[in-house]
Design a protein around this ligand. Structure first.
Ligand code: NAP
Length: 296
């Protein structure tokens, strides 16, 4: 299986280390990133740099994309010099970005029309999971395509779940992002209330970690906030994008998601402060600001 030639487009915080893990697993790799110097470390380890998404597809059996947002995915697949200029029968296209279920279904339809196949396979686990090869991968598409991609996913992740047809992976990721965002908000409200009450928030975190309120968010982001470390990680601008996807789906389906809407609004406020490129745990800092305290 290691002979499968992979093309990887989008070498940012997540895509860079994911591509590196594929290279280290022995897959021949072609890479492309808009800002070209992000390809350097991968080329030094044996990857080949292509000049465009189309050239990346040409050189590969499987194309993987890891891009910021839905318009980026749209342009990389369907734009000038995009992937679909060179898609041929047998190609497998795997979009691992967090984007709308609608674009996942559009890529799938276009792929199938050309005798190719696609999977939407967004991830959870952050930059730490990307580097360690321990991402959770939630996959939409056919069972055949999923089985074909399994060895590729195993080089990047651990909890790899086929959830349903095209678009199902992105629906799952939207659900994931609701839980993570609302948990950050809850952890933030708790730590800010503790501090304002004159109780040491680091002791509160320690106490809560042993009980039913325990979570990875309390553990990792609680600690980050207490140390005042908000370098990304996961940029809050991207998390707001994910809640926008969830809110659009909820609106279309007439599902009430009141707290998601509220946290989305909080994120607007964070972006208005000029903190969009900071880690999403900065939501806790914003709550502290509103309470007129310093949480770290
Ligand atoms: P990122 O650091 O911004 O990386 C995105 C990369 O895509 C950048 O290197 C960017 O290049 C490149 N790119 C953008 N448009 C392109 C184009 N048209 N052609 C080629 N390359 C292009 O973002 P990230 O944090 O890795 O996130 C990627 C995706 O994973 C997002 O959908 C995000 O929501 C999701 N995600 C992120 C995390 C996390 O913890 N970071 C966790 C789970 C899921 P430039 O250098 O030119 O901008």
């Amino acid at each position: 299986m290691a002979e499968t030639r992979i093309g990887f487009i989008g070498l940012g915080i997540m895509g860079g280390p994911m591509a590196m893990n594929l290279l280290r697993a022995g897959f021949p790799l072609t890479v492309y990133n808009r800002t070209r110097n992000k390809e350097t470390s991968l080329v030094a380890e044996g990857a080949v740099a292509a000049d465009s998404p189309a050239a990346t597809a040409d050189a590969s059996d499987v194309v993987i994309t890891m891009l910021p947002d839905t318009p980026d995915v749209e342009s990389v697949y369907f734009g000038v010099d995009g992937v679909f200029n060179r898609v041929r029968p047998g190609h497998l296209l795997i979009d691992m970005s967090t984007v709308s279920p609608a674009i996942a279904r559009k890529i799938h339809q276009a792929a199938v029309e050309r005798g190719a196949d696609s999977l939407d396979a967004p991830v959870s686990g952050g930059d730490v999971g990307a580097k360690a090869g321990t991402l959770s991968i939630m996959v939409g598409g056919s069972v055949d395509a999923f089985e074909r991609a399994r060895p590729i996913f195993q080089a990047m992740g651990k909890n790899i779940v086929h959830v349903g047809d095209a678009g199902a992976g992105q629906v799952t990721k939207a659900c994931n992002q609701i839980v993570v965002a609302l948990t950050i908000e809850a952890v933030g409200e708790a730590l800010v209330l503790a501090k304002k009450s004159g109780v040491d928030p680091s002791r509160v975190r320690q106490a809560l970690l042993g009980g039913f309120a325990q979570s990875r968010v309390l553990d990792v982001h609680g600690q980050r906030a207490l140390e005042g470390r908000f370098e990304p990680g996961f940029r809050i601008r991207l998390h707001r994008k994910d809640l926008t996807i969830a809110l659009e789906a909820a609106q279309q389906l007439e599902v009430s998601v009141p707290v998601t809407a509220m946290v989305h609004d909080m994120m607007n406020s964070v972006l208005a402060q000029g903190w969009g490129e900071q880690d999403h745990s900065i939501l806790i800092y914003e709550l502290a600001r509103r309470a007129n305290i310093d949480i770290s």
